[in-house]
Each structure stands twice: as structure tokens, then as C-alpha cells.
Unconditional design. Structure first.
Length: 342
């Protein structure tokens, strides 16, 4: 990947926005340092989570058990003074267990009436733990909340508080008792973030940090209102026209029926990324630029977010599986070739 070359000239931004970006960069530095008191390693994961959060996106987190996925999300919510909720998805979980339901209660006037009791989805950061353990009907209960930021129960709509961020973890599809997420639901996640095993030095540090009496309490770095202000700031980051064209060209190359798709890829991909991928490439690039203190989106910002945006949107064929190729490898090659074409 191209290395960061430092902030660019302010361009279209006003003085207030330039100062706000500088403050956001400092905040991001403090956030990484604060989370580092509890989370050992996983620097790329923390950055991608922050990119998603400031871009108002949702993330799908992949990783084996024991890599501190739940701890990371809860501590991230703690540093941001946001309400955190965890939903453990199981085969018997029902949609009302997520959204909430009407309960018949006695009113103050003696008459019985239905009252809506909110479910765990009414939070700022929602961890959908092992989302593919629940059947499709229950998985679908998250769709409206993720897309519309509201839930509908018995014909009534209830708005969710802002900011709203869904982080879902998923088991590998080859494990027993799982229901793979359909493509339409996968497409609603901005990023697919993969966690890997820590290094030996990091694993030793994990043992030292987590086997003591108690984990440290993290400082609150910003409020929900400040988070919303930063999310609006990210949307105002300027994007040159050639970046929009580059993002669209990259996404179109993932579609085997498109004339710009490389010949080697066509037998390996059954379905490519849709227009939402272009939107998320731009939003992710804007968020990354702001977090790194840049006043304009650069190509390197698009390159850095291309893999988590595109991997879960590229559906491979049996031919690719027979050759031992996965979507991640295909996307890496596509991005590399697109960089070389410039």
C-alpha cells in the first residue's frame, strides 16, 4: 500500500473544518493509546472499526474465539461514552428478543394496556455475537435497524438513538449449526474486518495484562453528541473527481459480466460488488483521511479500505473454490492491478 505522505492543502474546507480535522486526528491518537491499555495488538482492526464508526457504517468481524472481539467493542464504547449492548445469537433467538415487544400491563387508571418494552438493539453500539448462529428470520430483524435506524413492531415504528453502530461476529460457515448470511444482508455491512492470531510477544503481553486482578478503566474521550459532529465532518471531506472515477472503476471490475473485468477473474467470480460498494469506498476513504489528518481524500485512502469493503461482496464460483482461491485473494489481485494501471 502507498504510504501516508502527510496532510494535503485544505482545498474546499473552511478554517473551522480544518481545525476540527486536526482535533479528530489527535482524538484518534488518544483513542488508540487508550484502547492499547487493554487490547494488545490488533492496530489495523482498531483503525478499521474507527473508520466505520466515524463513517456511520456497520462492521462484520471474523475471527476465531478468544481474540477479544467482545472486549474490544465494549471498551470502544466505554471510551466514547456510548451505550453498549450485546446480543448472543442462538438457534432459538426470536426477532422480538432483539427489537423488543408489547407487554400487557396495568395502567394508572386501572385499565390494562399494551406497553412497548425496548430490546437490546436500542443502544449506540450493538454487538451481534455469532450472528450466523440464528436462523434467517432472526437475522432479518437486524436489517431495518441497520438500514433505516429504526425498528417496526406490531405496525409501530420506533427510532433508534444516534450514533448507531452494529458490529456482528460470524463463525466460519463450515462449522456446524450456522446459517450463512445472505448476500443482501452482507451488503449492508460496510466492512468485513478479519482478526488474526497475535504474535508471540503480543500473546505474552496479553497474558500479563489479563491475568491480574482487574482490567483498567478507560477514560471517556468523547460524547455521543461529539461523535455525531465528527460523523458530519467526515461527510464534508472533499473528494477529487478522479477518486470517484477510480472507485467506480475498481468496483465494476469485480463484476464478471462487465467488459472491464479482467479475463482471469471471470470464471472465478459468480457475482461482483454492487453500487453500495462504491459508496462505502468513498465514505471509508473520507473517514480514513480525516482520522489521519488529511484535508482531502487520496488514492491511498481508497486502497486501504478496498479490501474490507469488497471482500464480502465478491461471491466466488466452484471453479475458484476448486483452485483454492477465495474472495480476499481475488480482491487483492484486482486492487494491485488497478494500482499498476495508473
Amino acid at each position: 500500500m502507498v504510504q501516508t505522505a502527510g496532510p494535503l492543502p485544505a482545498g474546499e474546507l473552511g478554517d473551522d473544518d480544518v481545525q476540527a480535522i486536526d482535533r479528530l486526528r489527535e482524538l484518534f491518537t488518544r483513542l488508540k493509546k487508550e484502547l492499547g491499555r487493554v487490547i494488545i495488538g490488533q492496530h489495523d482492526v482498531i483503525e478499521r472499526l474507527a473508520i466505520c464508526l466515524f463513517a456511520r457504517g456497520h462492521s462484520l468481524l471474523m475471527g476465531v474465539p478468544g481474540l477479544a472481539k467482545t472486549l474490544l467493542v465494549s471498551k470502544l464504547a466505554e471510551t466514547m461514552s456510548l451505550k453498549f449492548s450485546r446480543i448472543q445469537f442462538t438457534p432459538d433467538l426470536m426477532p422480538m428478543d432483539i427489537t423488543g415487544t408489547d407487554i400487557l400491563q396495568d395502567g394508572s387508571d386501572g385499565r390494562r394496556e399494551f406497553q412497548f418494552v425496548t430490546g437490546p438493539v436500542f443502544a449506540n453500539i450493538v454487538l451481534a455475537d455469532e450472528i450466523n448462529r440464528a436462523p434467517p428470520k432472526t437475522q432479518a430483524a437486524m436489517l431495518e435497524a441497520m438500514q433505516e435506524q429504526k425498528v417496526t413492531v406490531v405496525g409501530k415504528s420506533f427510532a433508534l438513538d444516534s450514533p448507531f453502530f452494529v458490529l456482528a461476529t460470524q463463525n466460519p460457515v463450515e462449522q456446524e449449526g450456522t446459517y450463512p448470511l445472505p448476500e443482501a444482508q452482507l451488503d449492508r455491512f460496510m466492512f468485513l474486518i478479519e482478526l488474526d492470531y497475535p504474535s508471540e510477544a503480543e500473546e505474552v503481553q496479553i497474558a500479563r495484562t489479563t491475568t491480574g486482578d482487574a482490567l483498567p478503566q478507560l477514560a471517556h474521550l468523547l460524547t455521543a453528541a461529539e461523535m455525531i459532529e465528527h460523523q458530519h465532518l467526515v461527510r464534508r471531506i472533499p473528494v477529487p473527481d478522479h477518486i470517484y472515477q477510480y472507485a467506480a472503476r475498481l468496483v465494476r471490475k469485480t463484476r464478471p459480466q462487465d467488459p472491464t473485468a479482467p479475463a482471469w477473474m471471470k470464471p472465478l467470480v459468480a457475482w461482483g460488488a454492487g453500487p453500495r460498494a462504491v459508496q462505502f469506498l468513498i465514505l471509508g476513504a473520507k473517514s480514513r483521511a480525516a482520522l489521519h489528518g488529511s484535508y482531502m481524500v487520496r488514492l491511498e485512502d481508497v486502497h486501504e479500505v478496498a479490501l474490507p469493503v469488497l471482500t464480502h461482496r465478491v461471491i466466488t464460483t466452484f471453479a475458484a473454490q476448486a483452485e483454492g482461491l477465495d474472495a480476499k485473494g481475488i480482491v487483492k489481485r484486482l486492487v494491485g492491478e488497478t494500482i499498476e494501471e495508473r
